[in-house]
Design a protein around this ligand. Structure first.
Ligand code: BGC
Length: 740
């Protein structure tokens, strides 16, 4: 490679005038680069290798971005080599999966989503950026916004759940938190919307599997969260591993260029998922890495994550005319643009920190609040919150003190030494006022031993209440960790049965990366809290809820099936011609040797009710709320207008609480079949006991657009239903009309 006498980094500030735009600066840099320099910029590799080798590659200019180095001394040294010794002098972009918190681990994204609190998600995402940039990370592979309707899929943990509008809104909150006011701020990281697209619909929930999403569903259900992030200025997008209807995303030109660039006008960087350029070979649509590199760069994938296909073959492809140099330049421009925007050409080094924010009180407090808001109370037979009368508590179960598991998947930088587990928090909260006996009984959730169960039952008899912490390990969800059964593992089920048989009030707390099939445990428990994997502060959040210092406000972002056979089950399914009556699903009602038609003809199973165990949007509080006086200001609207709606919300209970007021619309007749209803807005409202307030919504009619019979996004005139309530299945209903 041609060595530049003066590395660009040193030369550039002199060349730049104050008025020079980002684009001008990019052109300036690009104009000085050799073809080798350019190809090097498109190569991203893992840094968790022999560091001398990594340094050598940086020196040679074959790395544009490095993943997974979180030691600022090392990133700074690599950066110094890049700007002082590499041929182009272009700084490195350091990346990491910063998915839910950094050192301070937040609830898994599915848990975050249960808070329905985009403002707090943005605040905690900002804290995450502050922690991560302290370690030299300027590019985060998040938010993940795959729509997930199959809890067998391990990566449902990383998602915001089943709803399109919600996923988009919460993903935008993460983008804003990570990117801040400006990418140039040394405390900002570039966000990366992933995985583009449809990855969550993997067949049978088996990770990496084929998806078969038809064009209309792709556009109406899976793409909008990405569009929302593009509109919010998200700096980058990651392709997905799956092939949809025959085309792997990383080589899909329609997706990456026609839709993303030409229609959506996305100006940021597209990176492949890990090895997914070369992934075209096992997918069976590319002969070899050279072929894969050609297909992917032409399709619009700018950067090759870890497969080296671009690095190895791009020069030859250009020289033989199989890739136009203009295509290469376009990809390189996007890498350079991001580096310029992040200010790396002005200061490539990790920001110098006077006072570290890592695990600071304010960061931990915000993480605790998010964990509190993410807990969903699914049942409460007057047990919670625990009151003054409780003197003896038995704490049981493998998740009561599982500091590692509680952090959940992708807690790469979380240190379990900082995790506050339930037993730690309960002991601290209770001091010597309440006697706590702790018998884990099972060492981990897959433990099958029943040896401690006798002692457990004996202790339960003496206790005023039993708090049982069950669920699944961190390893049971996340990438490549799908399950075919969502039942409690090991002897956990039996442990709960033994405890329930004693008759002491039983509070069961779940910590898990997904909705599990918990019907039997709901039946035998007096109260159920679903805490997902709640992160560093999860134990404190739960103790606060259990003792009523915090009133639970979480609502399900995903439907809970009664059994695995019901999957996929989600609230916004389509109208069908044979809608279930709701009474189906009892084998005892099926007559013997009767005519086939005796059971009627509805879309349901013979052996399980058509309804889920818990529906989307559901969650209880220690107080009660009443929604009344639904008013639509404008019952007739035009496609470019706003629907103005209000309700009165009253806290009808005896303590302060927060309700999530949810607005759904639906239509029966349209040019193409429609979901029964769809979430279009929501608001968290906190009210004192007895207090009322007017909750107002203003929903742009454009949010109701869908792809019509001609596959054109349009708001169709006609009659719509509008429901406002506190979950997806109840509420006040009215009608409005969209005029021509
Ligand atoms: C995952 C991505 C992740 C990437 C980098 C892949 O295996 O699918 O979500 O960002 O690895 O770690």
């Amino acid at each position: 490679m041609k060595k530049l006498i003066t590395p660009l980094l040193i030369a550039l500030p002199l060349l730049m005038s104050a008025q020079q735009t980002v684009d001008e600066r990019v052109e300036e840099i690009l104009g000085r680069m050799t073809i080798e320099d350019k190809i090097g910029q498109l190569n991203q590799m893992d840094g968790r290798r022999d560091i001398e080798k990594v340094k050598q590659e940086v020196r040679e200019g074959t790395l544009g971005s490095i993943m997974n180095i979180v030691d600022p001394a090392v990133t700074d040294e690599l950066q110094r080599i890049a700007v002082e010794e590499s041929p182009s002098g272009i700084p490195i972009l350091f990346a990491r999966d910063v998915v839910h918190g950094f050192n301070t681990v937040l609830p898994i994204p599915l848990g975050m989503a249960a808070s329905w609190d985009d403002a707090l998600i943005e605040t905690t995402a900002r804290n995450t950026a502050i922690e991560a940039t302290e370690k030299g990370i300027r590019w985060a592979f998040a938010p993940m916004m795959d729509i997930a309707r199959d809890a067998r899929w391990g990566r449902i943990a990383e998602s915001f759940g089943e709803d399109t509008y919600m996923a988009g809104r919460l993903a935008v909150a993460v983008v804003k938190g990570y990117q801040g006011e400006s990418l140039t701020d040394p405390m900002s990281m570039a966000a990366c919307a992933k995985h583009f697209v449809g990855y969550g619909d993997a067949e049978g929930g088996r990770d990496y599997n084929t998806t078969s999403i038809p064009p209309r569903t792709l556009r109406d259900v899976y793409l909008p969260p990405f569009k929302a992030c593009v509109d919010a200025g998200c700096a980058s997008i990651m392709t997905s591993f799956n092939d949809n209807d025959g085309l792997p995303s990383t080589g899909n030109r329609w997706l990456l260029t026609e839709l993303l660039r030409d229609q959506w006008r996305f100006k940021g960087l597209v990176v492949s998922d890990w090895g997914s350029v070369a992934g075209l070979i096992p997918h069976g649509v590319a002969r070899d890495k050279r072929d894969a590199a050609q297909q992917c760069i032409v399709a619009g994938c700018d950067m090759d994550m870890s497969s080296r296909s671009y690095l190895l073959h791009m020069k030859d492809l250009i020289e033989k005319g199989e890739v136009d140099v203009a295509v290469l330049d376009a990809a390189v421009r996007r890498v350079l643009k991001l580096k310029v925007e992040l200010g790396l050409f002005d200061n490539p080094y990790a920001r110098k920190v006077e006072k570290s924010e890592i695990y600071s009180d304010s960061v931990l407090d915000a993480a605790c609040r998010l964990a509190e808001e993410s807990v969903v109370m699914l049942k409460n037979e007057s047990v919670l919150p625990l009151g003054e009368n409780v003197r003896r508590i038995l704490v049981a179960g493998p998740m009561a003190d599982a500091p590692y598991d509680q952090m959940g998947t992708w807690a790469l930088d979380g240190d379990k030494k900082h995790t506050v587990t339930p037993i730690m928090a309960l002991r601290e909260l209770c001091g010597d006022k309440v006697e706590i006996e702790y018998i884990p009984a099972l060492t981990h959730p897959r433990d099958k031993s029943t040896a401690e169960f006798k002692a457990l039952a004996k202790a339960a008899r003496k206790a005023d209440v039993v708090l049982a912490f069950v669920g699944e390990e961190q390893m049971m969800s996340g990438e490549a960790h799908s399950l075919s059964s969502l039942d409690l593992q090991g002897a956990q089920r039996q442990m709960l049965e033994e405890l329930a048989a004693v008759g002491t009030p039983l509070v069961t707390v779940f910590m898990a990366g997904r909705p599990m099939t918990i019907a039997p445990q709901v039946e035998i428990s007096d109260a159920i809290l679903y805490a997902w994997h709640p992160g560093t502060m999860g134990g404190k959040a739960l103790a606060n809820i259990i003792f009523g210092h915090v009133n639970p406000s979480g609502k399900l972002p995903v439907t809970f099936p009664r059994n695995v056979g019901q999957i996929p089950i989600y609230y916004n399914h389509k109208h069908t011609s044979h809608r279930a009556k709701g009474t189906e699903g009892n084998l005892d009602n099926i007559p013997r040797e009767a005519p086939q038609s005796v059971m009627g003809h509805t879309s349901s199973y013979l052996d399980v009710a058509p309804s889920p165990l818990f529906h989307f949007g559901y969650g209880l509080s220690y107080t009660t709320f009443e929604v009344s006086d639904l008013v639509i200001e404008n019952k007739e609207v035009t496609a470019d207008g706003n629907i103005k709606v209000s309700v009165m919300l009253k806290n009808t209970g005896s303590r302060e609480g927060t309700e999530v007021v949810q607005l759904y619309t639906g239509r029966k007749t349209a040019s193409v079949t429609q979901p029964l209803k769809e979430l279009k807005d929501f608001k968290r409202v906190t009210l004192a006991a007895g207090e009322s307030c007017k909750v107002e919504f203003e929903v742009p009619v454009s949010r109701l657009a869908f792809h019509n019979r001609d596959m054109v996004p349009a708001v169709e005139p006609g009659n719509y239903t509008l429901t406002v309530g506190t979950d997806s299945q109840s509420g006040l209903r009215t009608y409005f009309q969209i005029m021509n």
